[in-house]
Design a protein around this ligand. Sequence first.
Ligand code: AMP
Ligand code: GLY
Length: 423
Amino acid sequence: MNILLLGSGGRESALSWKLSQSPLCTKLFIATGNAGTAQYGTNIAIGINDFESLKDFCLAQQIDILFPGSEEPLVNGVYDFFKNDLALAHIIIPGPSKEGAQLEGSKAFSKKLMARHNIPTAAYAEFDENNFEEGLQYLDNHTTPIVLKADGLAAGKGVVITSDKAEAKAVFTDMIRNAQFGDASKTVVVEQFLTGIELSVFALTDGENYVILPEAKDYKRVGEGDTGPNTGGMGAISPVPFANGAFLQKVIERIVEPTINGLRSENIIYNGFIFFGLINVGGDPYVIEYNCRMGDPETEVVMPRLENDLVELVLQMEAKKLNEVTIQHSPKAAATVMLVSAGYPGDYPKGKLITGFETVEDSLLFHAGTKQNNGQVETSGGRVIAITSLADDLKLALANSYKNAELVQFDGKNFRKDIGFEF
Ligand code: AMP
Ligand code: GLY
């Protein structure tokens, strides 16, 4: 199988590491990739939303599987673009149709889907220019904290949580009237605040059947003790100690199956990954958000714990035979610690030389914002390298990742010192 993976983060490094181990993988290309993905395949300089160029490349290289790592091409309709073109329709895509990708691409779409199928989630109301004044009144009467969400994709910045009603109204106004996130915030979802611990559960579905991959917990805030601004993710662990069999059974019965059955009953084409962003409220799972792809940095701990061949899983998905598959979870624990650039998630410098790779033992280095320059590796993003370790228990995995976090060096390196600290 010739595979083209779309994306350039730590998630794509972990996916390319996993895909390249498969005996079914002949050639692996990554658009656009980074210095880490280059160890497992060939990086190509094609934008992930440039569907015409992706088409030309797929035909020239006889690509069999197009694997979207990131949500953007899915929300932009890469699935439909390929399936509606006779020359490309045979290419397998583990990812939903444009309509299915609305699960992530539109908060209002996902909230309505959950309401129709009685899937537990925070109570909400939806506003836009047409009921703007009603929205301001709604905020006046809302209990605090208030959760405001831009409907569309806003690069992880579209959620504001505040206990200050004046601030809530200002944000609401900025989003709808001042197009703070462009078209993405023309519609705003206002939600009840839920209190609990979050976790991420992943399913791969063929539209009828599904398998559950190892669950994970990510650490979103930049500072220790979950303080400071939200980031793309500062680290992750898998398994999640509180996600025991009874809890995961509730997740499957109340959330995973109603979601997959709901999509199917509404004839929404969905073959691919569903990321369930969940919160445990007093032992009961609620959906915070859906994503239509794997998580980052969760993938950096999920892939090392997944013992099945990922290419084979994609083929079983395509054959609609996921009911015949047993997922083998490694009994080991995985932890990843993200090294980030000084200033991230605000402005940060790029082009800093990274050294110390050869001193690392007992961990996998999944590059995120890195690039090669004259035989050396430099920083090129906010999140730079995910240091993943797999060990007999979580404490050992964390100890290995933290040992190596000291050995990999670049100017301004920062990382959270308390990943997995609460367990
Ligand atoms: P989202 O982009 O929907 O995942 O939201 C980003 C983050 O905001 C989540 O990971 C949660 O930490 C937080 N959040 C979102 N919705 C809620 C909610 N209803 N109650 C509490 N926290 C929330
Ligand atoms: N780790 C959260 C995400 O991938 O959206």
